[in-house]
Design a protein around this ligand. Structure first.
Ligand code: ADP
Ligand code: ZN
Length: 193
């Protein structure tokens, strides 16, 4: 199975991808998570990406493509992958087409998750996650049993640095300008849902 999850930040791409990864056995590839790992490891790439991410802007295509290419070439992707947060620009989608062609494989589907902007803002500003096991919560809609503590592993929940109200508005603007055109891009390939 090779799937793209498309949709605005906070639409639930990551949550759906994690559930699909569990039932299907193919890995979830989140470029946001991969970039956050690069930052945590203070790699050159991570340092270059940091400022863009904190503003809620897209990281330049070359940097994202570098980590995406490396990730989809790993052996656990042989049977497929769930792309969560990639592609986000038309040039990224074109590069992905070339990568897939090189691997001799095809996309099965692009699933676009539509959520209104007002809903996104309340979802994201209430989002909390567990750095230890990656579980995701919402202070109102999906609170942990004990405030601030992960149900699954007891870890201390944190808020992503780019989940502030101001940065979320920029991420939504960037989504509408740069990522939404992908809906038309994939509509023509016939596998958009
Ligand atoms: P969300 O979907 O909630 O915005 P992500 O975790 O997918 O969050 O992405 C966080 C940030 O990482 C983005 O705001 C952007 O700066 C960067 N990023 C992630 N994926 C990409 C991508 N495909 N292209 C460019 N930047 C990306
Ligand atoms: Zn946890």
């Amino acid at each position: 199975m090779r799937l793209i999850l498309l949709g605005p930040p906070g639409s639930g791409k990551g949550t759906q991808a994690a559930q699909l990864a569990q039932t299907s056995g193919v890995p979830q590839i989140s470029t946001g998570d991969l970039l956050r790992e690069e930052r945590a490891g203070a790699t050159d790439l991570g340092k270059q990406a940091a400022a863009y991410m904190d503003r809620g802007d897209l990281v330049p295509d070359e940097l994202v493509l570098e980590i995406l290419r490396a990730r989809v070439s790993k052996p656990d992707c042989a049977e497929g992958f769930l792309l969560d947060g990639f592609p986000r620009t038309v040039p990224q989608a074109e590069a992905l087409d070339a990568i897939l062609q090189g691997l001799g494989v095809q996309l099965e589907a692009v699933v676009d998750i539509e959520v209104p902007d007002a809903e996104i803002e309340s979802r994201i500003t209430g989002r909390r996650s567990c750095p230890a096991c990656a579980a995701i919560y919402h202070v109102v809609m999906q609170p942990p049993k004990t405030a601030g503590e992960c149900d699954r592993c007891g870890g201390a929940l944190t808020q992503r640095s780019d989940d502030s109200a101001e940065t979320v508005r920029n991420r939504l603007r960037v989504y509408h300008e740069q990522t939404q055109p992908l809906i038309e891009y994939y509509r023509t390939t016939g596998c958009l849902h």
